[in-house]
Design a protein around this ligand. Structure first.
Ligand code: VG1
Ligand code: CO
Length: 543
């Protein structure tokens, strides 16, 4: 089979954001666009020749086309073996596990995560390194730099392969093993959690609903929750991955997973509800008439971790992204564990996990995970909760309220302003940055500023420095306001405002979150001049 070398030209917009390269499908469909990015991965990651390379995606529109192109480019670049999910399917955490389990040299994940899919929506590609995790900044920078100079890529002139049948086939000289995308991952979950206990919980009449949101976790959830754990058929809903996610927005929060939320807050609510996003790395958990914030979820999992067999022996430490609430910090302090604060994005947990500095980590954006893989893991978090519920035999609400009584409650909300004018958003953040120097000691409303900065992170393992990770304003009473711009949006800029307040008094643990935080929300809005600068009177999404 002869290698074709195709002349190409650089695209100036291939800079990976918080989580890989994410663009409109129409951008990816431009001639050579995807090809360039993939070739730049091979040009900069020479060890990929030794294979295997793990490839799969969340099943969204353009997944299959992208995989056919990737296989030809991989083969033409001398890659000897690919592990491909049947139907082109792999969840993000499953890819991470496959890389680790099969000693692969990396993985390519096709997904724009929770962003909508379809011809006019979003597509994305992420490169994961041999530890199973998202490429760190030095790798994404190298790929980006290569993309500014590329003038050719290598491919083969071969027909498309059938992605649907498991087994081994060849693209040129490259072996492609098409495998069931679920089995290895389901086995890993069975190693970590007490499946007998959870089976007994279902036998006792426990009812749950898992909403796969027409995205990638459907087949995983059916195998694990219905087949292996014995939940009744129909426990998993929207379980078939669709190219456009049923016209939905596969983002598991109270806004986009409204159907599930309405059910859990309705008259016939089951004991437990959960959902996952497009590529399976996010999770939302709900109890009957009760929503668990992702920040609280991390704290509760940490406090109860030793109830799960995989975490019984040892917990090293915990990390959370900077804007995530400080609820986990309080648990860590009590357990005598170190707690790290990292910039937004899972790639920053990788070094801490590899060095065994942390066992658990999480983000406020519905991401929770551990050292079992190097990505956040939606189903894992759901199973962790099920294991805790099976052991404690209390309701979700009882468990969380008890947690608040022990540690206090961190009220928390995030306000997103989507698709705002990029120039306006950048100047808003620039103005805030300039203001931070003089803020400490000042009064904002009834709050006294303790510290203010643009978060700068020095990786404790390799000393790499990440600048400008978000404006933080911390107040004397422990409450915080954080502003940052999203790195995953595909239209204009998205401004995220994160607001947190600590409440030790159990008599005040039942307030509505927006009301409990109203004074701080006002300060956050007026101090940044959000209305004047963005022309928006209210956030697009509140979580
Ligand atoms: C968002 C979240 C961040 C998360 C990232 C990827 O990034 O805030 O916490 O790691 O999405 O999640 P940003 O830059 O838009 O705020 V996913 O599920 O896309 O892999
Ligand atoms: Co995701």
């Amino acid at each position: 089979m002869s290698v074709e070398t195709i002349a190409t030209h650089p695209f100036k917009d291939q800079k990976p954001g918080t989580s890989g390269l994410r663009k409109k499908v129409k951008v990816f469909e431009q001639p050579h666009y995807l090809e360039n990015f993939v070739q730049c991965v091979f040009d900069t990651q020479r060890e990929l020749e030794d294979a295997p390379l793990v490839v799969g995606g969340d099943g969204r529109y353009y997944n299959r086309e992208a995989i056919q192109k990737i296989l030809r480019i991989a083969a033409a670049n001398g890659c000897t073996r690919v592990l491909l999910g049947q139907g082109g399917i792999f969840s993000t955490p499953a890819v991470s596990h496959m890389i680790r389990k099969h000693n692969a040299r990396g993985g390519l994940i096709l997904s724009a995560s929770h962003n909508p899919g379809g011809p006019d929506e979003d597509f994305g590609i992420k490169f994961n390194t041999p530890n199973g995790g998202p490429a760190p900044e030095k790798v994404t920078e190298a790929i980006y730099t290569a993309s500014l100079h590329i003038n050719r890529y290598h491919t083969l002139n071969t027909p498309d392969i059938d992605l649907n049948k498991t087994g081994t086939i060849f693209v040129g000289d490259m072996q492609v093993d098409i495998v069931d995308p679920v089995n290895d991952y389901a086995d890993l979950m069975e190693d970590l959690f007490d499946f007998d206990k959870i089976r007994a919980l279902f036998k006792s009449g426990f009812r749950m609903r898992f909403d796969a949101m027409h995205a990638v976790t459907g087949p995983y959830a059916r195998e694990i929750i219905e087949n292996r754990l014995g939940a009744p058929q129909g426990t998993v809903v929207n379980g078939i991955p669709l190219e456009d996610f049923g016209h939905g927005h596969p983002d598991p929060n109270l806004v986009y997973a409204k159907e599930l939320a309405d059910y859990l807050f309705g008259p016939d609510a089951p004991d437990f509800g959960a959902a996952s996003d497009g590529d399976g790395d996010r999770n939302m958990v709900l109890g009957r008439h009760f929503f668990v914030t992702p920040s609280d979820s991390l704290a509760v999992i940490l406090a109860n971790a030793t109830l799960a067999p995989g975490y019984r022996a040892h917990l090293s430490g915990v990390a959370r992204s900077m804007p995530t609430s400080q609820a986990a910090d309080r648990v860590a302090a009590k357990l005598g564990l170190s707690c790290y604060e990292t910039p937004t994005g899972w790639k920053f947990f990788g070094n801490l996990l590899d060095a065994n500095k942390i066992t658990l980590c999480g983000e406020e954006s519905f991401g929770t995970g551990s050292n079992h893989v190097r990505e956040k893991d939606g189903l894992w978090a759901v199973l962790f909760w099920m294991n805790i519920l099976a052991e404690r035999r209390q309701s979700v609400a009882e468990i969380v309220r008890e947690h608040w009584r022990t540690y206090g409650r961190n009220y928390y909300t995030r306000h997103d302003y989507e698709a705002v004018d990029s120039t306006a958003a950048n100047s808003l953040v620039d103005t805030l940055r300039a203001a931070t120097a003089t803020l400490p000691g000042q009064q904002l409303g009834s709050y006294t500023v303790d510290y203010a900065d643009d978060f700068r992170y020095i990786d404790p393992i390799d000393d790499s420095v990440s600048e400008k990770q978000g404006i933080r304003i911390g107040f004397k009473d422990g409450s915080r306001i954080v502003y940052r711009l999203s790195g995953t949006g595909t239209e204009g800029a998205t401004l995220r405002v994160y607001i947190e307040a600590y409440e030790p008094d159990p008599a005040k643990h039942d307030l509505d979150t927006q009301q409990a935080l109203a004074a701080l929300i006002n300060i956050a809005n007026s101090f940044a001049g959000i209305r004047e600068r963005t022309g928006r009177n209210e956030p697009t999404v509140i979580t």
